[in-house]
Design a binder for this molecule. Structure first.
Ligand SMILES: Nc1ncnc2c1ncn2[C@@H]1O[C@H](COP(=O)(O)OP(=O)(O)O)[C@@H](O)[C@H]1O
Ligand SMILES: [Mg+2]
Length: 360
């Protein structure tokens, strides 16, 4: 393609951090199924393949952005990464060791190393506990003793997340959403983890507060040397924080690339539809939002029933992730490989009734 040169330039510039360092987390063949019960009296009706064969390396120090529509399996993957869920198949290796094998004190250390930040900090904070207790709890569980010692550490952590020490005496309901998320972040960094998986950490916050929380997370990453997996449903949120982005569709990663490569040279039609949902695309040209329609595949977690570029091959041959250019992976038989392809696709994409993907 005429622009393949520019594509690899972009990849090379964003990729130094990705290519050289060994992976902190290696995900291999990861699957998680949930069985669907129609009712208590009836037997299992089937299974939802929430995560359906994910391979992924997370490199120390990077921010891996994970995006996709609601229900595509982002939270399930996030929870599998920190062992809040057990996989149906496959493995998550942390510094080379399968996390499913950790027991006893090694498991406790492992839990300290891998923390999670949730979308709704209200839900993860006990409403009856003052903030001091909420932040001290993980410290205590990991052996820090002494009331004054704990108090000092809690105050340091509050300051680190931009809150006044006096907040220690409040209850969650006496704080704003942004302040509560800061407490959630303080809890997550309390044990000096290596990896933080943030599951839509700003989705529930006012737009005005979102940037502050994102900036705080970025500051902490630099100060504490953290590695992030940052989950969001839209590409706009992850664009400014991620070194690489993975686009998820019904349990699978369908495109993955360094951030600049993904925005400049997106190849999967589904990624194009996510990009078209961003209000002001930086190409500076007018575009219309591509609204996906069509049935979600029932035999497997396939995209082609909703794809505007599908051809017969897509119905019989399930595309796997392949490397389109260095560090740029796509699972599509007919990816958008040139600028003309992409511009035409965005321009000619027809418009359908709005509809989120439905699970089979
Ligand atoms: N505990 C569960 N039991 C049954 N189904 C679940 C469970 N958790 C998630 N699912 C299903 O798995 C799919 C993926 O969900 P989730 O990982 O929450 O997606 P996302 O975070 O991208 O919105 C959805 O169809 C959801 O209904
Ligand atoms: Mg979720």
């Amino acid at each position: 393609m005429s622009e393949s040169g520019s594509e690899s330039d972009t990849a090379a510039s964003t990729h130094e951090t990705v290519g050289a360092a060994p992976a902190l987390v290696e995900v291999r063949g990861l699957r998680k199924q949930f069985s669907i019960h129609q009712s208590l009296l009836r037997p299992s009706k089937g299974a939802v393949k929430a995560v359906d064969g994910v391979d992924l390396d997370i490199v120390a120090g990077e921010t891996f952005g994970l995006v996709g529509e609601s229900g595509c399996g982002k939270s399930t993957l996030a929870r599998l990464l920190v062992r809040l869920l057990e996989p149906t198949a496959g493995a998550v290796r942390f510094q080379g060791v399968d996390i499913a094998r950790f027991r006893g004190s090694r498991l406790r250390q492992q839990r300290a190393d891998m923390q999670m930040i949730f979308q709704d900090p209200f839900g993860s904070l006990d409403p009856r506990w003052r903030i001091e207790r909420a932040i001290a709890e993980p410290l205590r569980a990991h052996g820090l003793r002494g009331r004054s010692q704990l108090r000092t550490r809690v105050e340091t952590l509050l300051n680190a997340v931009g809150l006044d020490e006096s907040m220690a005496d409040r209850f969650p309901h006496q704080m704003s959403g942004g302040q509560r998320q800061r407490v959630g972040i303080a809890r997550a960094v309390a044990l000096q983890p290596k990896l933080i998986v943030a599951d839509e950490p700003v989705s529930a916050l006012d737009v005005s507060v979102q940037a502050q929380i994102v900036n705080l997370l970025m500051d902490l990453q630099e100060r504490l040397g953290l590695t992030y997996v940052f989950v969001a449903h839209g590409l706009d949120v992850v664009r400014h924080v991620s070194t690489r982005i993975g686009v998820m569709y019904l349990g699978r990663i369908v495109e993955q690339a360094p951030t600049e490569t993904l925005f400049a040279n997106f190849a999967h039609p589904y990624t194009a539809s996510l990009l078209s949902a961003i209000p002001a695309m930086e190409q500076g040209r007018r575009h219309q939002r591509i609204v996906l329609s069509g049935e979600v595949g029932s035999a497997a977690n396939l995209f082609h029933p909703r794809c505007l570029r599908r051809q017969q091959r897509c119905e019989v041959d399930d595309p796997t992730l392949r490397e389109l250019s260095p560090h740029h992976f796509v699972a599509c038989h007919f990816p958008l490989t040139s600028r003309t392809d992409r511009v035409d696709f965005l321009a000619t994409a027809t418009h359908h009734e709005p509809g989120l993907p439905r699970r089979p």
